[in-house]
Design a binder for this molecule. Structure first.
Ligand SMILES: Cc1ncc(COP(=O)(O)O)c(C=O)c1O
Length: 463
């Protein structure tokens, strides 16, 4: 048995004990789960909340800063932070104040509030693109941007990367299969609808093509056909573990998109962790569209997409040329008064340069400590980091594409680490091993994570 096999076997045993431990710790969550099951599918408001890997879901009573309290009154240090929705901390005071004040003055009217000009200015200043539109979720923002991209280019196809996730936006819900041809040495790439999708009846591979991340040659082969309206990507893949871009990769995409008339959409919903303004601004890459969501209103549902004044002219021309009627872009509640107030407070008072400095310094410290611990336990694992966002992966060398990231996954080890930490008051992001730092995370919070993580590795590697 090699080291990884031994740890996997230890993890399988430890998981049984940790599941029992969880049930003992959470009588009130168990009671809430039973009660909620009477009226909610799977006993939760969204069915996937049941997929966290705990024996019953953890019910939350309140969240503040980098901490939250569960129904059983246990305090947790939160490194998941709503998978980025709460990246600027739970319930930040300026946002709570802004929405409380706005709540007395109206929620939604389908008309712009008087704060609209200031919010446009703040978005433009924060992300560096001059024109903006709002959506309610990043999923919707991606969907709307693709519609605009098709409208302005009169092309149909979308290029994405294998392993991508841009929300439950169907066009990007594809997988790349490598299919062995009968010619033995020939490999065909084929894009197919993700097998797990429920109720999707269209062949998404008809209009979407997926290629491997960090493979500029594959991108060029696709774009050279002249059929692609847009290339949609995150600056790093952050939903299949984490795959960082090779040096110059995103810049290479920018050049290829310009060369072949394809619009480059950067989805910075997660990589807003890089720096104030996101990865593109920090790296001087100007996309044709920039999508942001999740934390921009402090965790209230809000998303936005930005573009240049020149693109705005093309968008207006496409809209003016279309018959009158619904564009298929936009939803009733997008850009409501509450959202505008929350975005304004978040981007001006919470997501400040000082806040980012604290987040980045602590993330670097956590990276250093995690690597030290992995090395001390002689584990062939690594840490990838994008600003305040860190990912633990069970491979010695950081993956450069989604296939390598998938190969590094180990469900037994992952589930055990998550539950061991949760049972000791530390929450990691589910479905992979992401840790996020918010402006109010402290060194003591990092030390707590490290103390529990070390103890977990000690148990996994012993015997
Ligand atoms: C990169 C990226 N874009 C978009 C989304 C969709 O966000 P939402 O679920 O808030 O629509 C996600 C969600 O995880 C994401 O990771």
């Amino acid at each position: 048995m090699n080291n990884q096999q031994k740890i996997t076997s230890n993890a399988e045993h430890l998981l049984i004990t940790e599941r029992e431990h969880y049930l003992q710790l959470h009588p009130r969550s168990i009671a809430f789960s039973k009660q909620a099951s009477q009226h909610f599918l799977y006993g939760v408001p969204m069915h996937w909340m049941n997929d966290w890997g705990t024996p019953v879901p953890l019910f939350i009573s309140q969240a503040q800063g980098a901490h939250f309290t569960c129904a059983d009154n246990i305090d947790y240090t939160d490194f998941c932070l709503g998978d980025t929705g709460a990246m600027f901390g739970h319930s930040p005071a300026p946002v709570a104040k802004a929405i409380a004040e706005q709540a007395g003055r109206g929620f939604t009217t389908m008309l712009p509030s008087t704060l609209a000009p200031a919010v446009g200015e703040v978005l433009s200043d924060f992300f560096g693109l001059s024109c903006w539109q709002l959506a309610t979720t990043a999923t919707d923002a991606n969907r709307f941007v693709l519609r605009w991209a098709r409208a302005v280019t009169s092309r149909k196809k979308l290029l994405v990367f294998d392993g991508c996730y841009h929300g439950t936006f169907d066009d990007a819900m594809v997988d790349m299969t490598l299919r062995d041809d009968t010619m033995a040495d020939v490999i065909n790439e084929k894009t197919v609808s993700r097998a797990s999708l429920l109720g999707q009846v269209y062949d998404l591979g008809l209009h979407t093509v997926a290629v491997p991340f960090n493979d500029l040659a594959a991108v060029e082969r696709a774009l050279a056909s002249g059929e692609f309206a847009a290339l949609l990507t995150e600056p790093a893949l952050t939903n299949c573990g984490m795959v960082l871009p090779n040096d110059g990769f995103i810049q290479g995409l920018r050049a290829l998109c310009t060369q072949y008339g394809t619009l480059l959409i950067l989805d910075e919903t997660h990589t807003i962790s890089t720096a104030r303004g996101g990865w593109a601004k920090a790296n001087n890459v100007v996309p044709d569209f920039l999508v942001v969501g999740k934390p921009i209103a402090g965790g209230l549902p809000a998303a936005a997409y930005g573009f240049s004044a020149a693109m705005a002219t093309r968008m207006q021309a496409a809209k003016d040329a279309a018959p009158a009627g619904h564009s298929g872009i936009g939803t009733t509640l997008s850009g409501n008064m509450m959202t505008l107030a929350a975005i304004h407070a978040t981007l001006t008072e919470v997501a400040t340069e000082d806040a980012y400095s604290n987040m980045l310094a602590l993330a670097r410290l956590l990276e250093h400590k995690l690597i030290e611990s992995i090395n001390a336990h002689q584990l062939p694992w690594n840490i990838s980091r994008m600003g305040a966002r860190l990912e633990l992966q069970f491979c010695a060398v950081a993956p450069t594409n989604a296939a390598q990231a998938r190969d590094a996954q180990n469900d037994a080890i992952e589930s055990t680490i998550h539950l061991y930490l949760l049972n000791r008051g530390v929450l990691l992001t589910p479905f992979h091993n992401m840790m996020l730092i918010c402006p109010t995370t402290t060194e003591a919070d990092v030390n707590k994570l490290m103390q529990v993580f070390d103890a977990c590795l000690e148990t996994l590697t012993s015997a």
